[in-house]
Design a protein around this ligand. Sequence first.
Ligand code: NAI
Length: 481
Amino acid sequence: MPTKQTYYDVIVIGAGPAGYASAIRCAQLGFKTACIDSWRNKQGQSRLGGSHLNAGCVASMTLLESAKIYHLLNHEIKNHGIHAENISMDMPQIIKRKDKIIDAISQKMADLFAHHKIDHIHANASLLNGRQVSVMPVATSTPSILDAQHIILAAGSSPIKLACAQIDNEFIIDSVAALNLDALPKKLAVIGAGIVGLELASIWNRFGAETILLEAQENFLSVLDQQISREAYRIYTQQGLDLRLGARVVSAKKSNKKVTVNYQDQDGNHTLRVDKLIVASGRKPNSETLAAPEANLLLDENGYVHVDENFRTNLPGVYAIGDLTLLGPMLAHKGIEEGVFVAEHIAGVHSPINYNNLPSVIYTEPEIAWVGQTEQALHAIGEAINIGIFPLHATARAQAMGKAEGMVKIISQAESDMILGVHIIGTQASELITEAVLAMEFSASSEDLARTIHARPTLSEAVHDAALALKERALNLPPGK
Ligand code: NAI
């Protein structure tokens, strides 16, 4: 807690990717900055990084790495002529490793805050009238009020609760508890085959749990290019994920140390008995207690904070960024860019964000990553396009890695050849997509990518070859394949 200073140039509420980045950029620009966040780890200690680090993507991918190794040792290593016997897992140690990594990253963030002389206040904050913030410290519960010239709201989002599946965090668990299981469930179900549901299912399925995904929508991963989502469906089901589409969960009850799940699909009512049920039915902005009623912060009917194109709320000097607003999807890197944008906007610098070139990633195995428009969306607006597709199995590197599933798909405008979308499913898709983002940021044509020299053997050759395939001149693939 600050001792004397109660006035800041900027107060940031929330230390997730958006708030954390914004606080650092504000400090770099010379503003006296405070960042207030109430996150506590299992030991009750303050942690920076928000749910993205502590209970979201980073936590999830850390466990996925362990799950991939376990799966490799059990199922894939024999192909390499290597024999591993008596493979076992120590789940508490796996969780401990994850927590240690998170702690180390959070500590590095705290060091950076200290370096930039940002006051990190471990407290619950609430916006008051007239650029004031009410602060309730987690440790002392002695409230105080801070004033600032500018206030940046970056309080993030949290899992949506379902009335039909009440969370007890023992048998019916949310996506946070699903990253802290101390034993492998034999059989588990997940409500929701969105990004969160798929990432969690991918982890526990790789560890060996029988995993059933119940998704109310008929259309699998409808935000994706449909060719990629069809390929994802094929690969996931082949891996043993039991994906049930058009399956709406209507009730879930704990009984005899198991969960009975009732769901409906076009064939009628069904019942499942599982050891754990994970609820991954979406996220909502953390705006319920973010502002006192007298502050009159304008929210929409779903709790999203209303902002203009410069992230200004209806209150003078108050901004909102990241998952709190409806500008773009709930993505950590989107929040980071918005945090930087607002800091620079306050300093009088305007550096616009190009939402058209925002990459998205699903961290399953294999990964899915995309940027720009889908084939379906472009057809819907009558855009004439060309498409180049290259399968990963035709690259030497993917074959050598034993990770040959998936493809790269590049879509370009027929008239100008400008790249309009790139869609990748395959190992390290999250890394490969950056080349596509950069190309699109520079308004590159598919010809530009085709003429760019790619190192061989690398996975990135698949991006190169997809650009060549667009003109039917991929060297490593017969035309029309
Ligand atoms: P989501 O809205 O994408 O998916 C939730 C799914 O649950 C929906 O498809 C919905 O139809 C289904 N559902 C809801 N109620 C149901 C019921 N009763 N029975 C069966 N199905 C039901 O939400 P999700 O996956 O929680 O993701 C939230 C946000 O977080 C997304 O915007 C995503 O972009 C972001 N996110 C991004 C990550 C990344 O960048 N890798 C990782 C995690 C989240």
